[in-house]
Design a protein around this ligand. Structure first.
Ligand code: 1PR
Length: 528
């Protein structure tokens, strides 16, 4: 029996799913007594440091947790569950941590995108039961803007490189805590959890690879656009420049849960679901989408993003739901990140007009509670050609593919409602403003390229990537494995997403990875 400390923020379902998948049962802590009665305690944390400590305080769990840890009883902390052990964090000045480990939590100050999102490796510095059976070249999923800095080096279990070497896990007696998410790190992550459950023999991973510096992998993301077909069944569909109908009928490329599982087994580093009718429906009544997440997270142990309909809305009975409530329901159902499309454009328009933050927008509210890394902004831009940069007030680029009238310049107009409505804001401005408001990642689609197999729009991607410091996901147009190599070598994006070629099995994910192997840092595929 594993005791599980859930303080009610973010996606803890996947940790529970992973433990149950490994054959253990889970008991959730409801009180300080439950905590003190634990034989083995897992504490996964996501979100904001201050929010975590405040919630633990409100639930009366701080002192029981300290007592449990001081007694040196078996403990696995994950992400914020690691940071909580320290004396305090730069994320929340003045808010004391548990103080079990001497040292503080600092923000990354590196010349790279922050948050550090994605798959990276580690170097083990001491033997540990949880590392037993590892080769040493595996990659694990990280998502964080802050890292721990212990005063006593002897607690450092592993280090990882991201601009600087940082501490990616600690061990002090029976207390082990990782900055990475084993429950989101595929079969290798499940291996680590299994080691914790079984108390395997202390071991170091293979020495041959331990000393090399680690590198963040470029991520390959499979995207599933989901909607009801004409019979009312929830299907994965795929548009051609956002038109999902063929001869009047919605294209049906498979069932969402089954396809997601296939992509996980094929080596997808992340899965994104977009409810493409979310702007029309009442999202929380769209229970099938929540069920898709719940079912998927039972067997898929890589990050899941959900988009479509993340906005405030009022239902037919006049009950108002905030975007934070909608997002929370998705997180509880198994999502790690939410992606905001249409609403982000409207939020940014209002922000640019008022020239100040309200603190009340969906981007700000969700980032405050769940952390920036949980907020993705999905941009649906379309090219608009102009004769001269002076013709418009937007971010204009000179293009190598001139327009129909020979125009040498263009800007990228943001759209809402799945491309149906163009707005007076460009993609570069939107991305920059979204970052200012607290978004953690940009999903950069391109209506002109979507479903065309012509390759990613490199000009658009470079323009947006050059304007932000948060990670960018290149999307739309992938037609071959070579297109992934092109986007990773001609731009600085951290990840690339595709839909059509994976659904139709034209180019499976494993083939993309094989093509990139040795040329671009990736997470390898294949059985443990
Ligand atoms: O506006 O917050 O409700 O979110 C709606 C979400 O649904 C947005 O993220 C928007 O991109 C997406 N969406 C809306 N309508 C469509 C449509 O196709 N009619 N899908 C749509 C956009 C997502 C792309 C696609 C890539 C890769 N498709 O990410 O997966 O273009 O495709 P490819 O590899 O086949 O070229 P809101």
């Amino acid at each position: 029996m594993i005791t599980f400390l859930d303080y009610g923020a973010g996606n803890v379902r996947s940790v529970i799913n992973a433990i149950e998948k490994l054959g253990e049962s889970v008991r959730i802590v409801r009180s300080g007594e439950d905590l003190l009665a634990a034989e083995r305690l897992i504490f996964p944390g996501v979100g904001h440091f201050a929010n975590m400590i405040r919630t633990l305080e409100e639930k009366g769990l701080i002192e029981p947790l300290r007592a449990y840890l001081r007694a040196g009883r078996p403990f696995l902390g994950i992400c914020l569950g690691l940071q909580a052990l320290f004396e305090g964090s730069e994320e929340a000045p003045g808010v004391p941590g548990l103080g079990i480990i001497a040292g503080r939590v600092r923000r990354f100050h590196v010349d790279l995108a922050v948050p550090h999102i994605g798959w990276n490796g580690f170097r083990a510095l001491q033997p540990s039961a949880i590392l037993s059976g590892l080769r040493g070249d595996e990659k694990f999923y990280f998502v964080h803007s802050y890292h721990v800095v212990p005063r006593d080096e002897s607690v450092v279990l592993t280090r990882t490189d991201y601009g600087i070497p940082f501490v990616s896990s600690i061990q002090q007696g029976n207390i082990i805590a990782t900055q990475f998410h084993p429950e989101k790190s595929g079969e290798d992550g499940l291996w680590i959890l299994r080691n914790f459950l079984e108390s395997a023999r202390p071991a170091l991973p293979e020495l041959s690879t331990r000393s090399a510096s680690t590198q963040l992998a470029k991520r390959i993301i499979a995207c599933l656009d989901v909607r009801s077909d004409d019979r009312g069944d929830l299907v994965v569909t795929k548009g051609d420049r956002y038109d999902v109908r063929e001869k009047g009928t919605v294209r049906n490329l498979g069932k969402p849960v089954e396809l997601a599982r296939r992509y996980y087994e094929d080596g997808a580093d992340e899965i994104t679901f977009l409810n493409i009718t979310g702007f029309r429906d009442f999202p929380l009544e769209d229970m099938p989408m929540l069920e898709v997440l719940r079912q998927t997270s039972l067997n898929v142990f890589v990050p899941l993003t959900i988009g479509g309909g993340i906005r405030d809305y009022t239902d037919e009975n006049g009950r108002r739901y905030s975007s934070l409530e909608v997002a929370s329901e998705y997180f509880r159902s198994g999502a790690d990140k939410v992606s905001i499309g249409s609403d982000a454009v409207l939020i940014v328009e209002a922000y640019l007009k008022a020239r100040r933050k309200t603190g009340r927008s969906a981007i700000e509210e969700i980032a405050r509670v769940y952390g920036s890394q949980a907020v993705v902004i999905s941009i649906d831009p379309r090219r608009v050609y102009v004769r001269s940069p002076e013709d418009v007030q937007h971010h204009v680029i000179e293009t190598a593919t001139p327009g129909p009238g020979g125009e040498r310049y263009c800007w990228y107009q943001c759209t809402i409602k799945g491309g149906r409505e163009g707005r007076d804001v460009d993609a570069v401005t939107l991305a920059r403003a979204a970052e200012e408001l607290g978004a953690g990642e940009i999903l950069l689609n391109c209506i002109d390229r979507d479903g065309t197999h012509l390759g990613f729009d490199i000009e658009l991607i470079n323009a947006v990537k050059g304007a932000v410091t948060i990670p960018v996901i290149a999307s739309s147009g992938a037609g071959s494995a070579e297109h992934f190599l092109e986007v990773f070598t001609r731009t600085k994006v951290e990840s690339a997403l595709a839909a059509g070629i994976f659904h139709r099995e034209d180019v499976p994910i494993a083939a993309v990875k094989r093509h990139l192997q040795g040329k671009v840092e990736i997470r390898g595929v294949g059985p443990r």
